[in-house]
Design a protein around this ligand. Structure first.
Ligand code: ADP
Length: 924
């Protein structure tokens, strides 16, 4: 059937066709859009996959701790996930690049060629890599281009390289991926853009981080290995040192115990006989008994110390073995206390025992138990003052046996309560310490208690007392059965050496120990002012806290000296102040005040005490200690144990020295007093001499200048100027022999005699003869020797001087003028020896402007620094200068002399008289 279409219908068919066409176009569009959507979805999927793979590979990279491993992960990912045909990781080395990993589809020849590929610095390939540090991408590089060599080396036709960053601008290496031409199609098709762009770039950047991490890890690892090696080496060194220390320690301990053993035998052998001698009833005088008692006590103390040392070395070696026996505890401690009662009585210490009604056994080593308990009791006695209280408690619990020793002593500070159980620890270990001891006791108690499976503890309050508690386990189950000796034990008194320290605390009260009676100290500590010291014998003060030593030193010295004793530094200082002895002998380590402090206090005392010599005695032989002793002013130092002859000799020396010093000091004092008298006399003598000096004539009649300078001890100079006749002036200068007050007296006498004749004698010669006559007639005891010069001068109107000059042993006159200086000497003897003398007389003229100078020898004989006398050239120069200056010649000359002289004041009196006629006058 044919389709009949109406015209309007035809029109609508056309429309329809158009619409169908449009629709089909629309559908086509939609299909294309869907295809595009599909493609991009595919791409997105691929990207997501790559990201996921990258994420996975990133995790593997980060977990990798080895560079080559990282490189392997990279090449595998590039080849198998990103579909490159071949990938190589080239890493930088010190000498170029190396192939760290490679992967790809290739034959064996290619693989081994890559395996052995070397890219040294400077080679074309290495240079390319060093140049293109931002990466490169090349397809079929043209022959001869820099990439061609790399392409050949890696056997690729198309290659892309990205740098593995090593920091902001460094390159660690390259990841190079690529394809060959024959496989091109396949790989380029598959390795699409998205994969390439995203995957490759991302991977390379991740690999940079991974490599940094790996390298840091490797560096750390290296450092750690080095450190570990160091630690191992140090450990080896330490263990070697430890071994040698151990060996040394063992040697020391062996030596310790051998020596102690060796000492113990002779000691024990000597204690026995002494005890026999000391038994009551033996015929011993009181003095001998006392000395022997002291020897015995000291032997016991020594034995205790040696035993302690032996125990200590055993403890060091861990060699202690137990011999456990059942001990009736209450009975035993009761016995212990009973042996201490007498010592407690002496010291008014209340000794209490608190025990249960029923005794029971304590399984313990009997020797150790004795040492433990006696140690605690010993300390209680030592640290509890007289009048105190010591209690011993025993308690049996179901599981424990508790023994406690409580005292009302000095107590232990809280911070010391732990350390006192350590070896050699003491609360007070300074040089002022009041209590002797070694610091071993409590360490041993602790060790022994541990061996028994028990513990020791302490409670204490400073100033009120201490309580030491021993907690033993009850029964014997905790001991090794081999250590138990199940035998009956006799209750025994503690051994003497375990008790000796307690007796000692009583003996220092000057009362004998209970078991071995003896009289009190033979040399009691004398109160400083009690005994009047023996005037004939020097006094020695002995200061020591150990009464045996006090007594020993006293007995050594008492034969020669008056001996006084003091118990410690403070008491010593008090006694020394009261006695001012001739010598102090002092221990160094003492309670209250050490020997050093005592010595220092004495030497700083303002009184005579400062000059009392001190000998320090000490067991400390170290150089520093000796230095300290000498620095505190000690005069001598003796190391214990000392030889008594040496002590005696040193004591004598110091006492003699002190006596000599005293004598010197007394002589010095006398001299000082004497010299004061002399100085006073000299002052007076000087004043006298000055008062004898004449007044100078008026200058219009005679121009004079005079100087009289007495020396330090006053010499015998004198001078005079007198007008004897009208216009005639008589000058007189004399120098009596000697110095000092004597010389001064002679001068006064001389002056007196001269005054008697000076005006009557017609001439200088007559004056000198008359003076000699008078002097030689004086009492024979008056020794009067002197020199003098006598000069009459008559000034004339023309300005000249007529001079008449006689001399008796005196130095020459000088005439100084414009033409120089001339000496004039008249002969004559020293006066005072002989009554008959011949004295020459000279007459001469002194010209106008000339000066006549008289001096004493003190002026001319004074010496300068170089030993030269002033009287020669220096005097003449000084004279010319003084004259030319025209002033007072005498004082100018004296100044010149003083400048020249080496000594000040001058060694002899100096007298200078200069005269000159007044200027010429017109004769009327
Ligand atoms: P040592 O008595 O020989 O010094 P120890 O080991 O027995 O040695 O004691 C160590 C220190 O413990 C003592 O020096 C003393 O300072 C302190 N100490 C021990 N017992 C007492 C006590 N009962 N009271 C006060 N102090 C004590």
């Amino acid at each position: 059937m044919a389709l009949q279409l109406a015209p309007d219908k035809v029109e609508s068919d056309v429309d329809l066709l158009a619409r169908i066409h449009a629709l089909s176009e629309q559908v086509k569009g939609l299909v294309n859009a869907e295809k595009a959507l599909y493609d991009s979805q595919q791409q997105l999927d691929a990207q997501v996959r790559v990201y996921r793979q990258l994420y996975e590979v990133g995790k593997r990279l980060n977990a990798s701790l080895d560079v080559d491993n990282v490189a392997r992960i990279i090449v595998q990912f590039v080849v198998y996930e990103l579909y490159f045909e071949r990938c190589v990781v080239l890493l930088k080395t010190n000498s170029g690049f190396r192939v760290a990993a490679h992967e790809g589809y290739y034959n064996e020849a290619d693989a081994s060629a890559l395996e052995t590929l070397e890219l040294p610095t400077g080679s074309p390939v290495a240079s390319v890599l060093d140049t293109y540090t931002n990466g490169f991408s090349k397809t079929e590089p043209s022959e001869g281009s820099p990439f061609a060599a790399l392409a050949v080396a890696l056997r690729l036709d198309e290659l892309t390289g990205l740098p593995i960053a090593a920091g902001p601008d460094g390159v660690r290496g390259f990841v190079v991926a690529g394809n060959r031409a024959e496989k091109w199609e396949y790989h380029t098709r598959v390795a699409d853009e998205a994969k390439f762009a995203l995957g490759f770039a991302n991977l390379v950047s991740q690999s940079g981080t991974a490599l940094s991490t790996v390298e840091a890890y490797a560096a750390l690892n290296q450092e750690r290995n080095a450190l570990e090696e160091k630690v191992r080496e140090r450990t080896r060194e330490l263990s070697t040192a430890m071994e040698s220390l151990k060996a040394l320690d063992k040697l020391k301990t062996n030596f310790f115990s051998n020596v102690s053993h060796e000492l113990r035998t002779p000691l024990t052998l000597s204690i026995g006989p002494i005890e026999m001698l000391l038994r009551p009833g033996t015929a011993l005088d009181a003095e001998s008994r006392s000395v022997l008692t002291s020897v015995h006590a000291n032997q016991l103390r020594l034995l205790k110390l040696i035993n302690d040392l032996l125990d200590f070395s055993k403890m060091e070696e861990g060699k202690h073995s137990l011999r456990v026996v059942p001990i009736p505890l209450v009975q035993t401690v009761r016995y212990y206390l009973s042996t201490l009662q007498a010592a407690a009585d002496v010291r008014r210490i209340e000794l209490l025992l608190n025990v249960p009604e029923d005794d029971d056994v304590l399984y313990a080593d009997a020797n150790m138990l004795e040492k433990i308990v006696m140690n605690l009791l010993s300390n209680a006695f030592k640290f509890t003052p007289n009048g105190g209280k010591i209690t011993l408690d025993v308690q049996f619990d179901t599981a424990r046996v508790v023994v406690a020793v409580t005292d009302t002593g000095i107590g232990i500070p809280e911070d010391k309560r732990e350390v006192i159980f350590q070896r050699f620890s003491q609360v007070d270990s300074g040089e002022n310490r009041q209590y002797e001891g070694t610091g071993i006791g409590l360490a041993m108690v602790k060790e022994y208690m541990a061996l028994h499976g028990g513990v020791v503890s302490v409670e204490s309050a400073v100033g009120s007392g201490s309580k030491f508690t021993l907690a033993f386990k009850r029964g014997s189950a905790h001991f090794d059965p081999r250590d138990i000796a199940d035998q009956h034990v006799e209750v025994a008194a503690p051994k003497a050496h375990n008790v000796v320290d307690i007796w000692e605390t009583a003996r220092s009260e000057s009362i004998a120990p209970p078991a071995l009676s003896s009289p009190p100290d033979a040399v009691p500590a004398a109160p400083p002012t009690a005994a009047a010291p023996d005037a004939r014998r020097p006094t020695v003060l002995v200061v020591d806290d150990n009464h045996d030593l006090r007594r020993y030193i006293s007995s050594v010295l008492s034969e020669h000296f008056e001996v006084h004793v003091a118990k410690d530094g403070a008491a010593g200082l008090e006694s020394a102040r009261a006695l001012v002895p001739d010598l102090v002998i002092s221990d160094v380590m003492m309670p209250r005040m050490s020997g050093y402090e005592l010595c220092r206090a004495m030497k700083q005392d303002a009184s005579d005490l400062a000059r009392v010599p001190v000998i320090l005695l000490t067991a400390k032989a170290e150089r520093s200690m000796r230095l300290e002793g000498l620095q505190c002013g000690a005069d001598d130092y003796l190391i214990k144990p000392f030889d008594c002859d040496e002590l005696l000799a040193r004591a004598r020396n110091l006492i003699t020295l002190r006596a000599q010093e005293n004598a010197l000091a007394a002589a010095h004092r006398q001299l000082v007093a004497h010299s004061e008298v002399i100085a006073r006399d000299l002052r007076q003598a000087r004043a006298f001499q000055r008062s004898l000096l004449p007044t100078e004539p008026s200058p219009d009649r005679l121009i004079t200048s005079t100087v009289y300078e007495p020396c330090a001890v006053v010499g015998g100079d004198i001078y005079d100027i007198v007008e004897v006749r009208s216009g005639v002036f008589r000058l007189f200068i004399a120098d009596a022999a000697g110095h000092g007050v004597q010389a001064s007296l002679r001068t006064i006498l001389l002056r007196n005699e001269y005054d008697g004749i000076k005006r009557h004698a017609p001439s200088p010669q007559a004056a000198i003869v008359a003076l000699n006559d008078r002097l030689t007639r004086l009492d024979a005891d008056v020794v009067m020797h002197f020199t003098c010069a006598c000069v009459d001068v008559l000034p004339r109107a023309d300005g000249t001087l007529d001079v008449t000059y006689a001399n008796a042993g005196h130095v020459p006159l000088f005439v100084a003028g414009a033409n120089g200086v001339r000496e004039v000497l008249a002969r004559g003897p020293l006066l005072g020896f002989s009554p008959d003398i011949t004295v020459d007389e000279l007459e001469f003229r002194v010209d106008r402007d000339e000066t006549l100078i008289l001096t004493s020898d003190g002026m001319l004989e004074e010496r300068g620094l170089d030993g030269e006398e002033f009287g020669g050239e220096p005097f003449l120069r000084a004279l010319v200068e003084a004259r030319s200056r025209g002033g007072r010649i005498a004082s100018d000359l004296l100044e010149a002399l003083k400048r020249f002289a080496a000594s000040s004041p001058l060694t002899d009196d100096v007298t200078i008289v200069s005269v000159q006629a007044p200027a010429a006058r017109t004769v009327e």
